[in-house]
Design a protein around this ligand. Sequence first.
Ligand SMILES: Cc1cc2ncn([C@H]3O[C@H](COP(=O)(O)O)[C@@H](O)[C@H]3O)c2cc1C
Ligand SMILES: O=C(O)c1cccnc1
Length: 379
Amino acid sequence: MLESTVAAIRPLDEAAMAAARELQGRLTKPAGSLGALEPLSVRLAGLAGACPPPLPDQAAVAIFAGDHGVHAQGVTPWPQEVTAQMIGNFLAGGAVVNAFARQAGASVTVVDVGVATPLSVTPPDPAARAADPAGPSALTVDVVATPADPDGPRLVAANVRAGTRDMTVTAALTRDEARAAVETGIRVADELVDGGAGILLTGDMGIGNTTPAAALVAVFAGADAAAATGRGTGVDDETYARKVAVVRAALARHTPDPADPLGVLASVGGLEHAALAGLILGAAARRVPVLLDGVIAVSAALAAAAFAPDAVGAMVAGHRSAEPGATAALRHLGLDPLIDLGLRLGEGTGALLALPVVTGAVRVLHEVATFDAAGVAEK
Ligand SMILES: Cc1cc2ncn([C@H]3O[C@H](COP(=O)(O)O)[C@@H](O)[C@H]3O)c2cc1C
Ligand SMILES: O=C(O)c1cccnc1
């Protein structure tokens, strides 16, 4: 499935991009006055192979959750159980991502791809699923909890293993485990797009996950461990120094080859990072834009680009995370973030805040009059 998805990812459609550029030039505004929105609209036309491209309706956030063996090295002050507890919070609608998703009108899908703590959720109801195969629990990956509100957050059970191994001791994952996580992400992308999503947004939850994110950025963007590593949830100087040393030690132990993205994800990645890479590949194969959140998302995007360089055409950088690794990754991908608010939360929050910007970029091509049609004189 990974190979066929990668093979389906093609370059942007030049004719649609030329049409969008030409249309932008005829709209009732000075050329270039919409700044970054103009090249974005052109790229989204190229992705859709149509001008105008469809409005990115039915936005869907997929929050991939996983735990990390490297937590044992003291890289974060938060207990591992917070990953599972936050899943409960997502499903109850109480996290920041829920507030922003409600504001943006986006659906929330939480995917347990590797949480270590057993989740206390309602078991699946096979009868209800059979009765309403097209309902909110129609993901073929098992949905174990659906809310009373059919539009509320859902949980997908796709646990590959109960957290990664400690990458300073051994590879975080086997290649098979990394592949299973990537393919989970592809499957989630497929099912969300089949369900009508016009844009996918990346989300993550995993205590300790900024450490493997830093390692991935160091490998794929060729950054030094110190330049790729940030303070995550806000660690003190002593913990930060340890975190850099942990990233350096993992890189020295595994010497991952950036030309082998599955190997990199297996040795120093995380289950949510691998699944996010899959979600991005899946979106690119379906030619649906994927709006990237923070450092975890962009570290996964580097892996996706290593699998399929043309996948970058489907990526929109939602925001510039305060994590230094995010900036290094975006530079490597050649992406400019849409907003820069100093956020450092993850969950998909920065992507959700950027969503109206993406919609606006496309809406202009649909709704703004041309000089000719509006009878406005040109310069
Ligand atoms: C309550 C809480 C909610 C969060 N939501 C996202 N994260 C973010 O912080 C974690 C990564 O930071 P580090 O590598 O320093 O542990 C991830 O779970 C990420 O999603 C959270 C973290 C906490 C504590
Ligand atoms: O950039 C992010 O997504 C981020 C930053 C710090 C902690 N968790 C996530």
